[in-house]
Design a protein around this ligand. Structure first.
Ligand code: MG
Length: 151
């Protein structure tokens, strides 16, 4: 049986934080995502899609932002923990497709690195992980640069 899941996340962009997406730091970003963990919006959306496909709830149930132990958490660790939750249900991802919605900077130079990083945390070949980038055409909270989102 094949299952599918969907994940969505958004975080506010603020000064003084690194921009980390799919476990990859984007050095030319002038601002980064704010959150209890490293606020890696791409990885959070992937985690929610995996949990959704597995029928295991959502990221907030497993890694609540009210818990001190997740403060500053590396989202790739959360992704690896999610994989072990799936494994205990005899489930494993086959492929992942994701979209990041962010106005600036240009993220495509980091595509392969993000694919490899996410794939490695999920025990998948990089070809099984697709990462796409788009802007919001200067509309809405993404377009105004207030935040970034991922699906
Ligand atoms: Mg999040």
């Amino acid at each position: 049986m094949t299952r599918s899941g969907i994940g969505w996340d958004s975080h506010r962009l603020v000064e003084g934080r690194p921009l980390v997406l799919g476990g990859v730091r984007v050095p030319e970003a002038l601002r980064g995502l704010s959150g209890h963990s490293d606020a890696d919006v791409l990885t959070h959306a992937v985690i929610d899609a995996l949990l959704g496909a597995a029928g295991l709830g959502d990221i907030g149930m497993h890694f609540p932002d009210t818990e001190e132990r997740w403060r500053g958490a590396d989202s790739m660790d959360l992704l690896r923990t999610t994989l072990s939750l799936l494994r205990s249900e005899n489930l494993a991802p086959v492929n992942v497709d994701a979209t990041v919605v962010c106005e600036t900077p240009r993220l495509s130079p980091y595509r392969d690195e993000m694919r490899a990083s996410l794939a490695s945390a999920m025990g998948l070949p990089a070809e099984a992980v697709n990462v796409k980038f788009t802007t919001a055409e200067r509309m809405g909270f993404v377009g105004r640069g207030e935040g970034a989102a991922a699906l």
